[in-house]
Design a protein around this ligand. Sequence first.
Ligand code: 5GP
Length: 211
Amino acid sequence: MERKGLLIVVSGFAGSGKGTLMKRLVEDYEGYALSVSMTTRDPRPGEVYGREYFFVSKEEFERKIETGGLIEYASYVENYYGTPRDYVEEQMAAGKDVVLEIEIQGALKVKKRFPDAVLIFVLPPGVEELYRRLKNRGTETEDVIRKRMSRAREEAGAIGEYDYIVINDEIDKSVRTLHGLIEAAHQTTGRNEEFIRGIRNDLEQLWKGEK
Ligand code: 5GP
């Protein structure tokens, strides 16, 4: 049976380790396509255009919004972030599960527009860990870290809108859990109505033929 690609939305507080988790998911398992977002924030050391993000100017970002080139966008700590449409559509048509690693406002927009999307929230084992990871990254100023922590406080209220959580305490385990959740999402009865209908029809035929 041909499998339809799902839209998988992953969010998590800054410092929850979700970036590493996403990288491992696409490395360890087949069938995933990781969407690369567009942003107006500056690249961090080691980040590459087209790999972590498409880094663009505010003007270029706004042009992309106007031409309908983004499936969602949001502003986060003074910058724009958005998901380019073309890649998502192409990969889903090819049967891939397309993973969007985006913040909450964007995630909720996606859910509204694509009700079949699966929303997963990655949580750190505890909040001390969160602060420590942000500090250890060493790429942000104290002010930006504070803003990101404050954003985490706001975001915590909306976790209930998500379908699943993954507690990211041990990376190997978390990757397996994440993949398992996505596999489970593929197997819901609601996403397999056509197959179930086929089985029902075939059973009917068989029953009639044998009577
Ligand atoms: P960072 O600057 O740490 O790379 O990302 C900041 C936040 O923006 C993270 O929560 C990340 O998930 C989110 N983000 C990244 N790309 C997108 C996007 O395309 N759309 C939205 N709405 N959020 C995004």
